[in-house]
Design a protein around this ligand. Structure first.
Ligand SMILES: Nc1ncnc2c1ncn2[C@@H]1O[C@H](COP(=O)(O)OP(=O)(O)O)[C@@H](O)[C@H]1O
Ligand code: SF4
Ligand SMILES: [Mg+2]
Length: 331
């Protein structure tokens, strides 16, 4: 059991990713500060294009070379700075410490090899465990509740359903016994029932392994189910961060509230889903001042200056000159 006073496993400080070196290059993400403790799940939400994947990829230094060169700030992981790591240290990090599950399971699987081959490849790196590779591969598939695991080892990825494939990706990620799992919209490509089952599974495995997790999603329903804390991203910045229950009950940033208000309820007709008016700015056209001001119902002259991140309640930070006062749903 961890307590809030434990040092965080991951401590991101002032992290930016620019389109090339130099402070004048446009930033995909800018001055990100975020901490994740062992065993904790932190959600990262925001509309498409807000920089969530860029942040996730930078934690494993998997950005394209141009963007990797534009990385600045620090990513302290268990005392070491990932931004400063050399190739050998990064290989060790990716091989065992941090794992990633992507939206499209096919992007993580090799179509040429069987599921068994791909699982065993991962397991071979962990010589510490006992038992034959075959037995351990079967156990890995059982751990993600794949029926008839012996037979499944012979399958190629295309012989499985999307939900099954994502479970296999989960099993492969977990063979590395990561201490941090980055899940980037892992259920977006799955249908609703399968989505739910996969989330349950992930949560269960996380609990058993005591893993920390960064859970990237655009879906607040998924955040409510999976996360302890949540960071809301807009146009490359974190605009609000706090405990999930607190953010749901009492969002303080206008963007967070707009996002929450656009979550469909059961009685809404599917053809009339509410959305936030306007669209997020592209990297090259980010507005001056508060980046949300062109879409904010409360924008005022002061909003033409960039608001700082401020702590409004314990562990609840918001980047807004005029944070919301009332509880959500209150008259
Ligand atoms: N390799 C790249 N070169 C230039 N711009 C990029 C690159 N990758 C992503 N972007 C831009 O960076 C922004 C953030 O993208 P991304 O991190 O994928 O957001 P999200 O995951 O929240 O949808 C988007 O506007 C996207 O167009
Ligand atoms: S700073 Fe101004 S424009 Fe930005 S969210 Fe707050 S009220 Fe709206
Ligand atoms: Mg993304």
């Amino acid at each position: 059991m961890t307590t809030p006073t434990d040092p965080p496993l991951l401590d991101i400080r002032n992290l930016s990713v620019r389109l090339g070196e130099g402070a004048a290059s446009p930033a995909l993400i800018e001055n990100i500060n975020l901490r994740i403790r062992a065993g904790e799940t932190v959600g990262l939400v925001g509309e498409s294009g807000s920089g969530k994947t860029t942040l996730g990829m930078s934690l494993m230094r998997l950005l394209p070379p141009l963007l990797d060169r534009g990385l600045s700030g620090q990513i302290h992981y268990d005392g070491d700075d990932i931004v400063q790591m050399d190739r050998a240290e990064l290989t060790r990090l990716r091989g065992g410490e941090i794992s990633m599950i992507l939206q499209d399971p096919m992007a993580s699987l090799n179509p040429i090899f069987t599921i068994g081959n791909q699982l065993k490849e991962g397991l071979r790196l962990h010589a510490t465990a006992s038992g034959s590779l075959e037995d351990r591969a079967i156990a890995a598939l059982e751990s993600v509740r794949i029926p008839s695991p012996e037979a499944r080892l012979q399958n190629h990825p295309h012989q499985m359903s999307g939900g099954m494939r994502q479970r296999v990706v989960g099993a492969i990620s977990l063979t590395r016994a990561p201490r941090l799992l980055v899940a980037d919209e892992p259920t977006t490509s799955l249908d609703v029932t399968i989505q739910y089952q996969f989330l349950e599974l992930l949560k269960d495995l996380q609990k058993r392994a005591g893993m920390a997790m960064l859970f990237i999603t655009h879906d607040f329903g998924v955040v409510a189910k999976m996360c302890d804390r949540v960071a809301v991203m807009y146009a490359g910045q974190i605009v609000e961060e706090g405990p999930v229950r607190e953010i749901f009950r009492r969002p303080r940033h206008w963007y967070t509230r707009a996002l929450l208000d656009s979550v469909p309820t059961l009685d809404q007709a599917l053809d009339r889903l509410p959305t936030i008016p306007g669209s997020p700015p592209s990297v090259a056209n980010r507005p001056q001042g508060c980046r949300f001001h062109p879409r904010c119902a409360n924008a005022q002259a002061k909003c033409m200056q960039m608001p700082p991140m401020a702590e409004l309640a314990p562990a609840h930070d918001v980047r807004c000159w005029f944070p919301l006062q009332e509880q959500r749903g209150a008259a």
